[in-house]
Design a protein around this ligand. Structure first.
Ligand code: TMP
Length: 238
């Protein structure tokens, strides 16, 4: 499978067309942004870690949990063949512990355990700052149908159950929260798309609660490269 022409360049990835109209190649960059593009930087080898981790998780979700994904084949350290889909314009967030914007919104300390996992939807629009929205907004604005929201909700909680348990048991890491995105294939099938990585999840060491994710970059804490490497080491033994 070869790249034909660049379709799109996002904040963290480039997307290329291929000879097959149903397949694309995603190329993960080391570029990092935060605060809706206000902060820009580089996290050395992030692209390699995110590509490999995301593919590892999507493969497991598809094979073991029946969650359809866009993943087809890992081509190289940074490149993956994915199914072409049109992205549902939603950021779907699950929270197991309070952190980030949830803590700010409700004035609760980061790390407070929530009585049950929460799902949130944000409308994907950089110019608007990805505003919070609910299921009525989504149906009324035709961003997705009620049936699609139900499917997305079901898949997203499956991702949470798998990822939370896997990260704790295999990596001694708490899954605090994460964001996922979905797409529609040409026949309308909803698939998990985008990525699952330390860019899109909050990961805390289960003993020390040390942050092992992009918050180190977002909050100018430093040590983000070592944190990404540590997640990879615990996940893949390298
Ligand atoms: P938040 O607390 O800032 O709303 O973030 C919740 C989760 O979603 C956290 O794991 C980081 C992730 N996230 C993204 O992946 N992309 C984004 O643009 C935002 C705002 C959050």
């Amino acid at each position: 499978m070869k790249k034909v022409s660049q379709l799109y360049e996002g904040k963290a990835k480039k997307v290329w067309t291929t000879e097959d109209p149903e397949l694309l190649i995603v190329d993960y960059k080391d570029d990092a942004t935060a605060g809706n593009g206000a902060k820009k930087g580089t996290i050395h080898d992030k692209g390699i870690i995110n590509n490999r981790m995301s593919n590892f998780m999507m493969k497991k979700l598809e094979e073991e949990y029946g969650v359809p994904t866009h993943f087809v084949e890992e081509l190289s350290d940074r490149e993956t063949v994915v199914k072409k889909c049109s992205i549902v314009p939603l950021e779907v967030i699950v929270r197991n512990l309070a952190a980030g914007s949830f803590s700010k919104r409700y004035g609760v300390e980061e790390g407070k355990t929530l009585a049950c996992p929460i799902i949130e939807f944000c409308y994907k629009d950089d110019a608007l700052g990805d505003p919070f929205c609910n299921q009525y907004d989504i149906v009324a604005m035709e961003w997705a149908t009620k049936e699609e929201i139900d499917t997305i909700t079901d898949y997203t909680f499956k991702v949470n159950e798998f990822l939370k348990n896997y990260m704790l048991e295999k990596c001694n890491i708490i899954l605090v929260d994460f964001k996922v995105e979905f797409g529609r294939l040409s026949d309308g099938t909803i698939v998990l798309a985008d990525e699952i990585s330390p860019d899109t999840c909050r990961f805390w060491d289960a003993d020390t609660r040390e942050k092992l994710d992009k918050d180190r970059f977002r909050r100018d804490m430093g040590g983000e490269e070592d944190a990404y490497k540590e997640v990879m080491r615990r996940l893949m033994g390298e």
